[in-house]
Design a protein around this ligand. Structure first.
Ligand code: AMP
Length: 175
């Protein structure tokens, strides 16, 4: 399936020069959503996964559904100050800004095999920060899945260099 047919592109959002790939139109579509979850979960069906970690906020929607499809639990990786218990934190660079991600220190069992999920990978800064947090919490990142890859921004190459297998359902040239 060509998932780009369900994804809306908004030029110059949230600032000039950014082509925002809006997945709300994909997840609003019943067949688009179920096909995307089936396809992404299917990419990891042969991998031994203990838990899915999703990145706030769109990674929660996709990651929660993938966790249910794979029969695992779900761990949230959240923005600064949102988690109520003791956290590890990592600053990271976005395509359009700087932010901080956090994970509960006790969210991951020791040596648990973790699948990392977000809606989109661009420069990889967000995913690398999340992978660092999962590692600091005691887990092993055994895969990373995304609806969208922007290959020209190099994020997948960074994850692959860390020996993390990556799957994305579609890609857009440029940024
Ligand atoms: P990066 O850290 O550069 O890989 O950026 C990935 C994160 O920023 C993801 O959580 C995306 O939701 C968001 N993001 C970055 N660029 C875009 C874009 N062009 N369209 C939609 N979301 C984006």
């Amino acid at each position: 399936m060509d998932f780009t047919q369900f994804i809306r592109t908004i030029p110059d959002y949230p600032k000039p020069g950014i082509m925002f790939r809006d997945i709300t139109t994909l997840i609003a579509h019943p067949e688009g959503l179920s096909a995307a979850i089936d396809a992404l979960a299917g990419q990891f069906s042969g991998v031994n996964i203990d838990v899915v970690a999703g990145i706030e906020a769109r990674g929660f929607i996709i990651g929660g559904a993938i966790a249910q499809a794979l029969g695992t639990g779900f761990v949230p990786v959240r923005k600064r100050g949102k988690l109520p218990w003791k956290t590890h934190g990592e600053d990271y660079q976005l395509e359009y800004g700087i932010d901080r991600l956090e994970i509960h220190q006790d969210a991951i069992d020791p040596q648990a095999r973790v699948l990392l999920i977000d809606d989109l990978i661009a420069t990889g800064g967000t995913a690398i920060a999340a992978a660092n947090l999962i590692t600091r919490a005691g887990g092993i990142v055994v895969g990373a899945g995304f609806l969208v890859d922007l290959p020209d921004l190099g994020g997948v190459v960074k994850l692959t260099a860390r020996k993390i297998p990556v799957h994305a359902l579609c890609a857009y040239e440029g940024d």
